[in-house]
Design a protein around this ligand. Structure first.
Ligand SMILES: Cc1cc2nc3c(=O)[nH]c(=O)nc-3n(C[C@H](O)[C@H](O)[C@H](O)COP(=O)(O)OP(=O)(O)OC[C@H]3O[C@@H](n4cnc5c(N)ncnc54)[C@H](O)[C@@H]3O)c2cc1C
Length: 515
């Protein structure tokens, strides 16, 4: 449905004039260079999602006034917290011509409650900012961290981001939001709906419907404050690296982790990562092999030997009082032994040891190295279906996905993050943006993966802005009843249809009804 409603230059000029009156000249960015800075830096076809520019808001009043100006002029706004949603669209909107609503200047950490284990942040607070503040306080609370920590705590949680630590399901840690609705009204969710209620960020079981999750991966409001639960620092951690030598071993790898996760022995989503992923953090493919086309299996075997890694590689980390995790470690070791899975020795970290070895979330951008795998201006797309933690289903998903990668000439790089009940298959599709043939193949691969996975009965949990409609359409129970419910809600909250049209495939009426 993208681009169906035309954004004309006169309306845009009227909106930008109004925006200048609200935030001042210096926070309206409407030159071509500005628009380019907010484009998807990893896109093949930047024009398809090119924003008109950006406006940076600093408080709820400005956001409300900007939304009202958008409604008057019909110019859509696309909110970003820090706009580092790489692999899913960066800071670019679904709808070309939309103006990015940049919240990165709203950077206050409003509260860190060390006793009750939560923080309240504004949207622009980055993972580095929160980490630095927690470090300044002596790390009383630990946070979970995405692989690329350049982004924001709020934007990542609202997008249902994940990290490999406990509390790694970031949206699940949200407790209490402040939101500006499309008409400019400011609401607080949960217990925060009662002025001054100190339980706002400690309970989700407040009175009436729960709204926190309705603002995740949706276009129903602009979040301006976000409460997030953080983990009390444990007494100690223990860590074990495990390897599986062959591709088909993934089934027993998942069979080993799933019950340990379900029973609470392991309390983070331990992930099996394929060797191309590990190699891509070491250097570009040309460091290992200078050929064209798919990485040959013999070169893959050389890479694994050279780096001392398996086809699949995982790290199990345990957090808690030392005598508790020592007992858990024995259970994990026994499970690995029973499954015939090789690993090294447990490493123990205790309070007072070097924090870098602690296995808490420490912000880094090393994972960005993976986009250089094929040279040129690199990019990646994430294809991330979610399925039950059933080893056989996961193995079938792996074989199907790998076969598609090979059919389209793309090196397979996948990871299976094993939760107790669900497993997330994160497939990274790496490419060189400057190679048109690769672009064509990667696009065809992505479409094939959506169709295959849907045929197998699963859906993605998150996707790139170019595929939001396609993925939304796979959620097809009762003729797409959930999509219709989303549309009804969208039309009620945003009758002018100006807040992030098309996000997650949710289009307001004026786009759906456009000829
Ligand atoms: C190499 C690499 C590794 C990565 N590893 C991970 C990983 O391990 N885990 C992970 O989760 N991600 C990962 N990512 C993806 C991405 O970098 C992060 O998720 C990042 O945190 C998202 O950027 P952000 O926090 O600035 O969010 P933004 O880009 O600001 O926001 C994401 C989306 O949420 C919505 N949104 C943002 N703020 C608001 C708001 N205030 N109100 C309403 N809606 C809002 C917008 O639609 C926006 O498009 C990785 C990316 C790369 C390139």
């Amino acid at each position: 449905m993208t681009n169906r409603a035309f954004i004309d230059s006169a309306s845009l000029a009227r909106f930008l004039d109004a925006a200048r009156a609200i935030v001042g000249e210096d926070r309206v960015f409407a030159e071509a260079e500005d628009a380019a800075a907010y484009a998807d830096q990893m896109a093949f076809d930047t024009a398809r999602h090119a924003p008109s520019g950006a406006v940076a808001a600093q408080d709820t009043e400005e956001i409300g006034a900007l939304l009202q100006a958008a409604a008057r002029t019909g110019v859509p706004l696309w909110p970003i917290s820090r706009g580092k949603n790489f692999g899913y669209g960066g800071s670019a909107p679904v709808q070309a011509g939309a103006v990015v609503l940049d919240l990165s200047r709203m950077k206050r950490i409003l509260e860190i409650n060390e006793e009750l284990g939560y923080c309240v942040v504004e949207p622009g607070v980055g993972f580095y900012d929160l980490y630095d503040e927690l470090a300044r306080r002596g790390h009383p609370l630990w946070m979970s961290m995405p692989g690329n920590a350049w982004g924001s705590v709020a934007g990542n949680a609202l997008e249902r981001g994940v990290g490999p630590q406990p509390y790694g399901d970031h949206a699940a840690q949200i407790c209490g939001l402040e939101v500006v609705l499309p008409d400019g009204e400011v609401v607080r969710t949960g217990a925060g709906a009662m002025a001054g209620n100190p339980a706002w960020n400690v309970t989700r079981n407040s009175y009436g419907p729960g709204w926190d999750q309705l603002f995740c991966q949706s276009n129903f409001g602009v979040v301006t404050k976000l409460g997030l639960w953080l983990m009390p620092a444990p007494e100690a951690t223990m860590s074990l690296a495990l390897q599986l030598p062959e591709a088909d071993d993934i089934e027993r790898g998942i069979a080993m982790f799933a019950p340990l996760r379900l029973n609470g022995i392991i309390d983070h989503d331990a992930a099996w990562v394929s060797y191309v992923g590990i190699a891509s953090y070491v250097g570009p493919r040309s460091m290992f092999w200078n050929g064209e086309g798919l990485l040959p299996e013999s070169v893959g075997a050389d890479i694994r030997r050279q780096l001392g890694i398996g086809w699949w590689n995982a790290e199990v980390n345990l957090y808690g009082p030392e005598e508790v995790i020592a007992a858990k470690a024995r259970i994990v070791s026994q499970a690995a032994h029973n499954a015939g899975i090789a690993g090294g020795d447990w490493a123990t970290w205790r309070q007072g040891d070097d924090i870098m070895a602690s296995k808490r979330g420490i912000p880094a951008t090393r994972d960005m190295m993976m986009i250089d795998w094929l040279g040129g201006r690199g990019g990646h797309l994430g294809f991330s279906p979610i399925m039950p933690s059933d080893p056989q289903l996961a193995a079938e998903q792996f074989r199907r996905t790998r076969a598609r990668y090979e059919e389209f000439g793309v090196d397979y790089y996948g990871a299976f993050g094993v939760g107790g009940r669900q497993t997330v298959a994160v497939n990274e599709i790496l490419y060189n943006r400057d190679d048109p043939d690769q672009q064509r193949r990667v696009h065809a691969l992505f479409e094939a993966l959506i169709a295959d996975t849907h045929a197998a009965g699963f859906g993605e949990y998150r996707t790139h802005i170019s595929y939001m409609d396609a993925v939304a359409q796979t959620f097809d129970f009762n003729g797409g009843a959930l999509a219709r419910l989303n549309e009804r809600l969208k039309d009620a909250l945003d009758p002018a249809g100006v807040l992030a049209p098309g996000k997650q495939g949710i289009w307001p009426a004026r786009y759906r009804d456009a000829p």
